[in-house]
Design a protein around this ligand. Structure first.
Ligand code: SF4
Length: 322
């Protein structure tokens, strides 16, 4: 199947008073048209920077190198006016923080009307939105009308999350990026949100960033694990969860199995400082299988039968790089 999205060797750096932060550091990923890909990794590993870079909103971060092909078109260095035609219409985002993503001074209905105007969506008198919100489990049309007349602070976290999901789906985008879509939802709202995203995946491709492994299993047949700005393992979700190959993925899965959930960052485990020299494997200081080469040489991507992994363990075993 043809790829909708191809990110290759993406480097996004931030200049800070403390030095250069390599938020995305040679990141590669692909998403097939109509497919759903999950991305997991600790806070600070560069997941959200990737999302904002896809939307051309990575400033003050700089794209130092790499390519982002969307529907075969290069997004890196695309003029702002052309990016504006892609954001919201072709690539839409459900943002991470539902408590701050909505304008506190405008009623929900006014904010939705603003989006419809900005995206040049035909005015349907909010009919589409009402339908979407009702589908998202916000009650009957009467309840939905009440919500449209409410300010964000008058809604629960779950309601705001559903409003944001409906906003992202308004223009029927080719790619829906969901940044922690189940955060702050109670169990029943979470189930509804997952059902809606699952249903949406028949109309749009999905890129889901989440710590919620069971949610990723439901939504995404493919999974990428990120560490220190790179994808370190990519595979079928089931294979990756059952038989992770990268030592970091193994650590994540083991923690999830023992704790019953994945609480990031992992207890007693800190993300690598993204400042400093870029040499050797980023995970070397924490890896139980590290050897001398891991401190000296940056590992390259290796193709396995189940996917791809970035680790010297596999190159040492004579497996070919991709
Ligand atoms: Fe561990 Fe070395 Fe593999 Fe890095 S390259 S994950 S340090 S074995």
């Amino acid at each position: 199947m043809k790829n909708l999205l191809e990110v290759s060797n993406l480097h996004v750096y931030f200049e800070t008073p403390a030095g250069l932060v390599r938020a995305n550091n040679g990141l590669d990923l692909q998403l097939e048209a109509g497919g759903s890909l999950g991305i997991m990794g600790e806070s600070g590993c560069g997941k959200t920077v990737l999302v904002y870079t896809l939307l051309g909103l990575q400033q003050p971060g700089k794209i130092m190198n790499g390519s982002i092909l969307f529907k075969g078109r290069e997004l890196v260095n695309l003029p702002e006016a052309e990016l504006n035609n892609i954001r919201g219409r072709q690539i839409a985002l459900i943002p991470q923080n539902q408590s701050t993503a909505l304008n506190p001074l405008l009623k929900v209905g006014e904010q939705i009307s603003e989006i419809e105007t900005a995206l040049k969506i035909p005015d349907t008198g909010l009919d589409n939105t009402k339908h979407l919100l009702a589908e998202l489990g916000l009650g009957d049309i009467h309840s939905v009308e009440h919500i449209l007349k409410s300010y964000p602070h008058q809604l629960s976290g779950g309601m705001r999350q559903r409003v944001l999901t409906a906003m992202a789906l308004l223009a029927e985008p080719d790619l829906l990026v969901a940044d922690e879509p189940t955060t702050a939802l109670d169990a029943s709202t979470r189930t509804t949100a997952l059902n809606i995203l699952k249903k949406s995946s028949s109309k749009t491709s999905l890129l889901v960033i989440s710590h919620d492994l069971p949610a990723l299993k439901i939504l995404c047949p493919k999974l990428a694990v990120m560490y220190a700005g790179r994808v370190v393992e990519y595979s079928d979700t089931e294979s990756l969860m059952e038989n992770p190959r990268h030592p970091y993925s193994r650590m994540l899965m083991k923690y999830q199995q023992s704790a019953g959930f994945l609480n990031m960052p992992l207890t007693g485990f800190e993300s690598r400082d993204l400042l400093g020299d870029d040499k050797g494997c980023s995970f070397a200081l924490f890896c139980p299988q590290a050897t001398a080469i891991c401190l000296k040489e940056i590992p390259q991507e290796v193709c396995l039968e189940s996917g791809r992994v970035v680790c010297h363990l596999y190159t040492r075993n004579g497996v070919q790089t991709c």
